[in-house]
Design a protein around this ligand. Structure first.
Ligand SMILES: Nc1ncnc2c1ncn2[C@@H]1O[C@H](COP(=O)(O)OP(=O)(O)O)[C@@H](O)[C@H]1O
Ligand SMILES: [Mg+2]
Length: 141
C-alpha cells in the first residue's frame, strides 16, 4: 500500500493532517497501538519540520506486511550540520514559529526515538530527505 501527500511550507493550520490520516489507516489495518503511536509521532514531527523550516515537501508512505517506510522529501534550506540539528534543544525556529508553540528543538530526536531506523540526507540550499522505517510486527525488528 503506497500513497503520497504534499506539504506546503508555512501552513501550520494543516500541520499534522498527514499524520492524522496515516493514524486512521494504521487503525484500519489493525496495527498494534503502541507501534502506530510511534509512527504517528515521528511522522507528525517530520511534517511540522517541513512546515516550519522548508518551502514545500512530499511525504511518501509505503506499508507492507513487515514495515512502514515514510520518506519526507522537501525543498528548503537543508540542514548543514545534521549532528547539531539532532541535539535536543537545538532549534533555528523563528520567534513567530515559537509563539505558535513550535521550535522546542525536540522534533528530530523524537523522530529517532520513535522509529526503528531514521536516515537524514540533506543538501544545503536545496532540501532534505528524511527516511523513517518502523517494523509493524514487534518481533520482526
Ligand atoms: N526539514 C528541515 N529543513 C531544514 N532544516 C530543518 C529541517 N528539519 C529540521 N531542521 C533543522 O533542525 C533543527 C532541529 O529540528 P527539531 O529537532 O525538529 O527542532 P525544531 O523543529 O523544534 O526547531 C531545526 O531548528 C532546523 O534548524
Ligand atoms: Mg521540529
Amino acid at each position: 500500500m503506497q500513497f503520497k501527500h504534499k506539504i506546503a511550507g508555512g501552513d501550520f493550520a494543516k500541520a499534522g493532517n498527514i499524520a492524522s490520516s496515516v493514524k486512521k489507516i494504521l487503525r484500519q489495518l489493525n496495527i498494534d497501538h503502541a507501534v502506530s503511536k510511534r509512527i504517528v509521532i515521528a511522522l507528525y514531527e517530520g511534517e511540522v519540520n517541513v512546515v516550519a523550516h522548508a518551502y514545500s515537501g512530499i511525504v511518501d508512505v509505503d506499508i507492507d506486511e513487515e514495515k512502514i517506510k515514510i520518506t519526507i522529501t522537501d525543498k528548503g534550506p537543508g540542514i548543514a550540520d545534521i549532528e547539531q540539528a539532532m541535539e535536543e534543544g537545538y532549534s533555528t525556529a523563528t520567534p513567530q514559529v515559537r509563539e505558535m508553540g513550535f521550535g522546542a528543538g525536540l522534533g528530530l530526536s523524537n523522530m529517532k526515538k520513535n522509529s526503528d531506523s531514521m536516515n537524514i540526507s540533506s543538501v544545503p540550499a536545496e532540501g532534505t530527505i528524511v527516511e523513517l522505517i518502523t517494523y509493524i510486527k514487534p518481533d520482526a525488528r
